[in-house]
Design a protein around this ligand. Structure first.
Ligand code: PLP
Length: 389
């Protein structure tokens, strides 16, 4: 295939089947139609005042030149202390921690670091939409395994059967966007068993690590005896500190994996915004309670949203993690999820995310994703509309 660019130049797209991400499409539609935006995952409340003060301080203090490639030492030290406290993982901040421009960059770097031409990478559908293009750019092949309904769990027998001599990487995401499900210790044990004695690595997308509810626990690969030496674990400050626009994240992996990871990172972005790194390092030291309070903070939002739509015709089970709630709208409409999301945004004034764009082969379901990391007043306004459908 090919397209003719300006002046008759043959433009060969490297991602011919990729359009604009559904998050951008739905947020733009929400803006165009002045709809309440429960689509893209970002809070409509601000990050902590103290964090903004620290950003301003470091900006004014002149922390405005290139920081070290892997991130400033103070931030890497805080990250090492955090993964020790939460996951009992002893990270060497010098060799095992890399600060990146968002988790999106970390995911991309990890994939480029270890996936070569014709390597196979297993992802679970519905899969976050940045994985496959990165695999494609690395020359790899994406092997899609659907999560099993109704609880979006992983069928480990199917995973085992999908392993070939070319399997190089398995990408997991817990807590899971868009499903709001979480992996258990038994899941990680199954994963470890599947890749035991094989040259297969794990990329674990854990950006919603602090958003786990009802007393459940986030199971990080870093806390798993076997997986911790075979995995890249990716986390996002954007999610944790209500500052998605700052695009600050990090990857923790053993020295060997981090060395390869940094070779990519240094030529993708080299480093990331200096004064924000200083501010987050200070904030982590000053306010460790912020992360500890997040599960209760978001559980209250989940419960508020679920209570507000309890009498609607949407059917749902409360999310176990993330700040997303899936709902089944089959009592309201039999339209496709894309059509129903468009209708809801344009005609009713509430934007949501359809699930089918995250599948290679979507099942015949009527499911939408709503984002509840919003002020209670936003959730109330949206729910009033949703309850009338
Ligand atoms: C599962 C998942 N991974 C990665 C990202 C990207 O995070 P960041 O904004 O830090 O790039 C997101 C953002 O929504 C996400 O939901």
């Amino acid at each position: 295939m090919g397209a003719i660019g300006q002046k008759g130049i043959l433009l060969q797209s490297k991602l011919p089947n990729i359009g604009t991400t559904i998050f951008t499409v739905m947020s733009k539609m929400a803006q165009d139609y002045k709809a309440i935006n429960l689509s893209q995952g970002f809070p409509d409340f601000d990050c902590p005042d103290r964090l903004k003060e620290l950003v301003t301080k470091h900006l004014n203090d002149g922390k405005n030149q290139y920081p070290p490639m892997a991130g400033i030492p103070a931030l890497r030290q805080q990250i090492a202390e955090k993964v020790k406290a939460y996951y009992h993982y002893d990270a060497d901040p010098e060799t095992e921690v890399t600060v990146t421009s968002g988790a999106t960059e970390a995911l991309f770097d990890a994939i480029q670091a270890v996936v070569s031409r014709d390597d196979e990478v297993i992802v679970f559908d519905p899969a976050y939409d940045s994985y496959e293009p990165a695999i494609q750019l690395a020359g790899g092949r994406t092997i899609h395994i659907p999560l099993s309904l109704p609880d979006y769990s992983i069928d480990w027998d199917r995973v085992k059967q999908s392993i070939t001599a070319r399997t190089r990487l398995i990408i997991i995401n817990t807590p899971h966007n868009p499903c709001g499900s979480i992996l258990t210790k038994a899941d990680l044990d199954n994963l470890a068993a599947v890749i035991r004695d094989q040259d297969i690595l794990v990329l674990s997308d854990e950006v919603y690590e602090h958003m786990v509810y009802d007393g459940l626990k986030h199971e990080s690969v870093l806390a798993h005896e076997e997986l911790k030496t075979k995995s890249f674990a990716v986390f996002s400050f954007g999610k944790t500190y209500h500052a998605t626009g700052w695009k600050l994240a990090y990857c923790v992996a053993n020295k060997e994996l981090s060395t390869e990871f940094k070779k990519i990172h240094q030529f993708v972005t080299f480093t990331t915004s200096s004064f924000v790194q200083y501010a987050i390092a200070d904030f982590m030291a000053e306010c460790p309670q912020h992360s500890l309070e997040l599960p209760a903070f978001y559980q209250q939002k989940r419960d508020t949203f679920c209570r507000l739509i309890a009498d609607s015709r949407f059917r749902f089970s409360p999310s176990k993690g993330t700040y997303f709630q899936l709902v089944d709208y089959s009592e309201i409409s039999q339209q496709s999820d894309v059509d129903f999301a468009n209708y809801l945004t344009r005609e009713k004034g509430v934007a949501a995310i359809p699930l089918t764009p995250f599948y290679q082969q979507a099942p015949a379901t009527n499911i939408l994703r709503f984002c509840f990391c919003k002020d209670d007043s936003t959730l109330e306004r949206a729910a009033e509309i949703l309850c009338k459908l």
